[in-house]
Design a protein around this ligand. Sequence first.
Ligand SMILES: Cc1cc2nc3c(=O)[nH]c(=O)nc-3n(C[C@H](O)[C@H](O)[C@H](O)COP(=O)(O)O)c2cc1C
Length: 147
Amino acid sequence: MKKILVLYYSRTGNTGKMADAVAEGAGAVHGVDVEVKYYATPEELADFDAVVVGVPTYHHDMTVDIKKLFEEAAVKNVNLKAKTGAAFGSYGWSGEAPKLVLEIMENKFGMDIIESPLLIKYTPDKTGLEKCRKLGREIVERLIPKV
Ligand SMILES: Cc1cc2nc3c(=O)[nH]c(=O)nc-3n(C[C@H](O)[C@H](O)[C@H](O)COP(=O)(O)O)c2cc1C
């Protein structure tokens, strides 16, 4: 059973809606265990085959919780090498945060990332939520080729 973590932060709920849809897309495939969390310890990240991070952009940056998590994971040498990584998030006008997360996943932790980050402006509509479900399915395909 492949394990996928969808870890997100959301202040006004938009990235939260995206997180639920990503999890729905990934969870639709048999043989996959998806956990949606608002908080994880750095060590917990290593328990999953894929780590998917949802983060909105505030002040041209990722939110402090997610930044702190990666900082602590680096300090504690949490091994995420070759695990699948993906990022998504709601934004208003610039949307840097998910790109920054993917950069760290790839360059610092050597993860196998899914390009590009999924960005949705403000509240996801029907089309946006479908894009989120598609990202969920893509993550599973990366973990289990030929699903
Ligand atoms: C104080 C503040 C600062 C923000 N800064 C940015 C920003 O730098 N770039 C951007 O694209 N959006 C910015 N936004 C817009 C948020 O990313 C947007 O509202 C998003 O939908 C919030 O997602 P959430 O509901 O998951 O918290 C900002 C919003 C607020 C309230």
